[in-house]
Design a protein. Structure first.
Length: 117
């Protein structure tokens, strides 16, 4: 998983376990009123949000995310993460490309199941 810039800048050697191949994120560096300040990382809230975002980008259905996060209703889940859901949908559509791009180029547009065409 990636780190936020502030989390990476807040790392100390004490947070790195080379033998265990682990990094513990304890603090993040932020600019507050023109001054750099180390703050504790976000709490159980930012972990739930990261979890939900990851699940949606993996294609997990909203009802499943709702159950994992223990939201009271699907409306809470979809309302809270509407931007993430829309971004995942845009990415899915973009990855399809343009299925009609061949129109006018002389190809038939038919797909072969055995790849011998």
């Amino acid at each position: 998983m990636g780190l936020r810039r502030g989390e990476a800048l807040g790392l100390a050697w004490a947070d790195v376990d080379l033998e265990g191949a682990r990094v513990t994120i304890r603090q993040a560096l932020h600019r507050v009123d023109g001054q750099l300040k180390l703050d504790q990382v976000k709490t159980v809230r930012d972990v739930r949000h990261s979890c939900a975002t990851l699940l949606f980008t993996m294609g997990v259905q909203p009802a499943t995310v709702q159950r994992i996060l223990r939201h009271s209703s699907i409306t809470v889940t979809t309302g809270t993460y509407v931007e993430v859901i829309e971004a995942v949908q845009r990415h899915a559509l973009d990855s399809m490309g343009n299925p009609f791009a061949h129109i006018g180029d002389g190809s038939t547009g038919q797909l072969s199941s055995n790849g011998s065409d």
